[in-house]
Design a binder for this molecule. Sequence first.
Ligand code: SAH
Ligand code: ZN
Ligand code: ZN
Ligand code: ZN
Ligand code: ZN
Length: 441
Amino acid sequence: GPGGVALLGAAPGAPSCPHGPALLFVKTSRAGEQGRRFYACSACRDRKDCSFFQWEDEKVSETRLAAREEYNRSRQPSFTHRQNVERLKNFVLLPLSQRKFCQDCQRLLLPAEWQEHSGHQFQCDISTAQLKTPSQLLYPLENKKTNAQYLFADRSCQFLLDLIIALGFRRVLSVGTPRLHEMIQSKASQDKDFSIRSLLLDIDFRYSQFYTEDEFCHYNMFNHYFFGGEAARETCQQFLNQDKSERVIMVADPPFGGLVEALASSFRKLMAMWKETEKEGDNNQEMPMFWIFPYFFESRILQFFPSFSMMDYQVDYDNHALYKHGKTGRRQSPVRIFTNITPRMIVLPIEEGYRFCTICQRYVSSGNQHCEICNSCTSKDGRRWKHCALCNKCVKPSWFHCDKCNCCALQDHSCERTDVGCFICGKAGHKRSACPSLSLA
Ligand code: SAH
Ligand code: ZN
Ligand code: ZN
Ligand code: ZN
Ligand code: ZN
């Protein structure tokens, strides 16, 4: 069989790149053969974005170590978070006419800096409202492999917030959800009675220009690394445990590029930072969470979090070519909410066609029919699925049972088999690029 690269995970004593401790991977040339292990950047899957690479058994000289440390330092942002907070204080004192944002550098400018940025594109008259909605001011990072930012459509963001409120949460740990964070923070600043607070953890340091150290931590969710060190970790720890009577939820919307096990391991560590009150009982309780991710990762997520279930709600995005509402009717988004909260508590909007299945005790898409044989509402993509007696499960409406493959597939599939499991769904029979989960057809 063909070889590949697999993640082994975080390793004690791992070397660091500018994005914190590297992760250990194994490269196999042929299935079954003992692979060679190496460290690579946790955050960037493209070597162009971070070229860090080291064989596990490689001897690294003192000189090279020193050079690496120097390099890592040089790659840190030119202003610290603290400095950015000071800069914002000065920025808001300026009259509107002097409040400029450099679009080329993605930075708020103080008058003394205008000169250095001459020739750059400015956005002027930055209002207080704009400072409160940085996700609209900053352009979404678009690097597909490393840091594609898909921002929630307003409707989905509002839905998430309403749900969080209805479930009685008072604090939200926003992991890679700048738009949810911003909706919460700006409501809190406008309305005295709105008592929900959010802490944003994100790798996008541009946000440090708009939030204090109590509102934003520069964080890498693939290796649970706080760029701000112990102080930042402490901020997060305190946020999670502040007032034990207030309920906290973690909401994460990570990049979809794989590495589910790395994400799961970081989320576990964040959950461990949240400690339940030393109340009687309930000691084994898991920190409530929404993990927002495509439905075809369901089996991978459940493998790491068996207490989770997938909700039918389709999360929509503003700037995703595939997953946003088209002008001409609705495109189906494959992105769902995975949660450890009891499914029946997650009330989905009736006006968008979701309904409650009394047998499954959860809200489902309008097209999701309860299958008598599976005894479950089986559709994953919102369309009505059909039961295959030979596979003994429900399958996509466009699939047919193939006797050669002994399973259901698209009519025009090629009956070739590969031995290794698919990277995305984990099933054998196809490679990642041909994963049936990826097509909505
Ligand atoms: N839908 C969300 C944005 C999700 S896009 C919203 O509208 O709020 C993914 C987010 O994860 C981005 O904000 C991106 O900056 C962040 N991100 C990407 N890689 C990350 C990493 N390694 N660690 C932490 N955050 C990361
Ligand atoms: Zn049902
Ligand atoms: Zn069925
Ligand atoms: Zn079948
Ligand atoms: Zn076949």
